[in-house]
Ligand binder design. Structure first.
Ligand code: ADP
Ligand code: MG
Length: 395
């Protein structure tokens, strides 16, 4: 694996200005502007505190949502206010990203001060990776630190552009993500098993290809298991089955068999009469799904099987909920797998937006080895893709 420049490679930082890209793309209540989940902000605190401990001046930048231009709904001001509470010290905010007002605010910074810039996506140059925007951002600081692993798969100016103009390093969160996911990708302690679920096969073809070629075993659950079961010849009633992906599922099953990699599919399912949180539902086997029924979760026998399949694993990677976990009635499979992983002595790494939410819901996040803040970036990394934000930090 390539190695990355870390904070210590930046040299003495006392009095210097550090421009830090964080991923503060947090969910917010649109009315009260309260941050409803600040996990991503807390995850970046060690880097910010480390820089403050060095007596650096800290400038933070992030995106929030997907605004098409300046839009007060997506202002980072409430995020800056929340950060001030988390750090228990003042955090300045300037309602622009570059320009005279920003230059002025930066000029006023004292060592140990923190300033947050406005949403990088308000500027059209961000998503275009405009070198002129990157140059202007870089001109604000002496060094650049990237702690936004969740944005590393984007070739955007604040991620991939700025490092061309400044001495750059990975922050502590970025380093931890790269170390944890890098181990899973490059040199997992074996047996290495992956549990893949979520809505669709078609979202995760590259990941499944990679896992069939590298893992020692695979468990398929969630909506995508329907497509695999259909490829095995089961009739799944009104369940979501991707007709176009069934051939792909078949090929994956064949490849796994050729490699001798076991693939665990659900042995029982929770089927509902309608796609609704309060629908009547019951547990059945894949060969007995009625024409009008939909599979919305794996059943208890499958959860138990997963425990058996994984008993010998030394490394487990989990992405994708086992069912429609947002609805109580169809969350048992996901919660059951989460609980089994919390008990496991294997190294357990979880990645993916909804998967991380599921683990949080199950209340077991702190009993796992690593819960990635990466979402899509974590999945692309584990597919073996080179991420622009990571390439920019290579030694
Ligand atoms: P992640 O974000 O962790 O990569 P995905 O986005 O692939 O996960 O999948 C999460 C979504 O899949 C959830 O919204 C969940 O409700 C849905 N899902 C899981 N199982 C089923 C199912 N059997 N039928 C329909 N949707 C499902
Ligand atoms: Mg998702």
């Amino acid at each position: 694996m390539a190695s990355y420049r870390g904070l210590n490679d930046l040299g003495p930082l006392a009095g210097k200005c550090a421009l830090v890209r964080v991923d503060f793309n947090v969910p917010m209540d649109p009315e009260s502007k309260t941050i409803t989940d600040d996990t991503r902000m807390r995850a970046a605190l060690p880097t910010i505190r480390w820089l403050l401990g060095q007596n650096a001046r800290v400038i933070l930048m992030s995106h929030l949502g997907r605004p098409k231009g300046p839009d007060p709904k997506f202002s980072l001001r409430p995020v800056a206010e929340h950060l001030a509470r988390l750090l228990a010290r003042p955090v300045g905010f300037v309602g622009e990203l570059v320009g005279p007002a920003v230059k002025q605010a930066v000029a006023k910074l004292e060592p140990g001060d923190v300033l947050m810039l406005e949403n990088v996506r308000f500027h059209p140059g961000e998503t275009k990776n405009d070198p002129e925007l990157a140059r202007q951002l870089a001109s604000l600081a002496d060094v650049y630190v990237d702690d936004a692993f969740g944005s590393a798969h984007r070739a955007h100016a604040s991620v991939a552009g700025v490092p061309a103009f400044l001495p750059s390093a990975a922050g502590l969160l970025m380093e931890r993500e790269l170390a944890m996911l890098g181990d899973v990708l490059g040199s997992p302690e074996r047996p290495y098993w992956a549990i893949i679920g979520g809505a669709k096969v078609s979202d995760k073809v590259a990941l499944l290809d990679r896992l069939v070629a590298t893992a020692d075993g695979l468990v398929i659950g969630g909506g995508m298991a329907n497509t695999f079961l259909a490829a095995e010849g089961y009739h799944l009633g009104a369940s979501k089955v991707e007709a176009e992906a069934a051939a792909k599922a078949k090929t994956l099953l064949e490849q796994a068999r050729e490699r001798g990699v076991p693939i665990g599919l659900p042995v029982d399912l929770v089927v509902a009469e309608a796609f609704a949180p309060d629908s009547a539902h019951h547990v059945t086997t894949p060969d007995r799904v009625g024409d009008d029924e939909l599979a919305l979760d794996i059943g208890p026998a499958t959860v138990e099987k997963i425990g058996q399949w994984l008993a010998a694993a030394r490394t487990v990677f989990w992405n994708g909920p086992m069912g429609v976990f947002e609805w109580e009635a169809f969350s048992s499979g996901t919660i059951g797998v989460a609980s089994a992983l919390a008990e496991s002595t294997a190294k357990v790494v979880v990645g993916g937006g909804d998967s991380v939410a599921a683990v949080a819901k199950a209340g077991i996040a702190d009993r796992l080895t690593h819960v990635s803040t990466g979402g899509g970036a974590a999945l692309e990394f584990l597919e073996g893709k080179a991420l622009p934000g990571v390439l920019a930090l290579a030694k």
